[in-house]
Design a binder for this molecule. Sequence first.
Ligand code: ZN
Length: 285
Amino acid sequence: MRLQLGDLEIHGITEIEQFDVPLDFMFPEIVTLLRDNDSLVSIDPSVLSYGQVHLTIRSWLLRKDDRVILIDGCVGNHKTRQHWPSWHQRDDDAWPQRLASLGVRPEDVDIVMCTHLHADHVGWNTRLENGIWVPTFPNATYLTGRVEYEYWLADSVAGDKHGSFADSVMPVVEAGQMVFLEDGSDIAHGLSVELAPGHTPGQLLLNARGVDGGAVFCGDVIHSPLQLRFPDISSAICEDRQQATRTRRYLLSRLCENGDFLLPGHFANPGWCQIRAVGDAFEMR
Ligand SMILES: [Zn+2]
């Protein structure tokens, strides 16, 4: 599936079509809201069923002005992720094959944008070569926020709680391919980043402005369409849930006004949508 907005050409590259997380773990307040309000039970079963929130694990490929930009690198292969069985020691080439089917070789990627440094957003940053992690995209400049990097650098000293900093971030830094961005940095004509804190302290949005519309690659500002209906509910894995809510409401309100497309990492196919306001909440339009 392709989203064409003038000179912005966008493709989703799915790694895991459906990744289930228990609702009472991910959004415990929504369990209560659903129980206390019968009118809210009409949730699309592709979003939530049998107490499981259905998420997709996806990267985005953006082509603009002959540049090839990959946004977020999913889980990747051969990574040790014992807390999440479906992420652990994956050996599945579907993701690189989907990239190849778009005519993109690893050496063709110009920019790898890491919205934040969680394990399901940086995995394909690196691949194993003779037992050593090396950057998957040899000619790419990898980008992430300076605040984000410094946060996870400190976490790695304390034990690397997700395990992804050592195998998917540091090898890129050590190869000299990582550039750290500040809030508001321009990365190319019509492409700029914006601090979107809460889920992680230094998460960055990528704002893409084309000749015929805009797109916002928002990382995990929003995980599930459930949060359009319940925009004040942040996930249990958000570092600062109140700040995550402020960031989410700010972004969703802006998208209602300007009509830009929202491209989160975890919505079901096609993975993108436009937003409209419904009372104090939101829905896809
Ligand atoms: Zn995340």
